[in-house]
Design a protein around this ligand. Sequence first.
Ligand code: ATP
Length: 235
Amino acid sequence: AAGSAALALVGLHAGYGQIEVLHGISLSVDPGGVLAVLGANGAGKSTTVRALSGLITPTHGRVVIHGVDVTGAAPDALARLGVCVVPEGRGVFPRLSVEEHLRLISPNRASVREIQNRVYEQFPRLGERRRQLAGTMSGGEQQMLAMARAVALDNRVVVVDELSMGLAPRVVEQLYEHIRTLASTGVAVVVIEQFIHEILGLADHAVVLSQGTVVAEGVPSDIGETLEGLYLAAG
Ligand code: ATP
């Protein structure tokens, strides 16, 4: 129910100008849960991320964080409530080092060390590369750096958008392990992906979007079967 969920979207409609893209999306994720939001190109995944992170304002429906209606709240307000989006394409600064990225996310000087400790504990690889420029790191290392904000600050809801893009399956599996660790600390995680089967091994719940509506939802084993059908239907 929306009351106990870390994040719930309730009958959400949203779009761009006169164009409605989401036609009543409902989903929820509990603290410590991992929800996969799946869909093909153009299904509405990015629009869902924009609506739940305050980048676009829903026209109907509600966004609820831990029982608090935050519909229409701005991105910075949602960030203060502990909602963190790890963007598609990673959004790291190629000419800044790992350490400089961590300075950027630290709210004050005193917290820099604490944030470094937390991030390097979770991602020892980033500790080894603290002075390396992000642009010279591997795709997987850049994705780790993009996830540092999610790990370092006390977030309650973390949305990871298309983490697997351009990465080898083995690297994706390592990053999934970090997501499991994050969820085990009670953070609610939403992973957005196109149809990749591996995600069903990570999520404990999944929804499938098509043309701005939820066409399937359930536990991964159910969704797996639905996906087979969708693959076949898509040819
Ligand atoms: P992808 O996997 O390709 O990123 P998606 O599932 O994230 O796809 P969205 O980006 O949410 O899909 O797009 C859903 C629909 O909204 C598409 O028809 C798209 O053309 C439309 N759309 C997306 N952004 C805008 C925009 N800024 N203005 C107008 N229409 C948009």
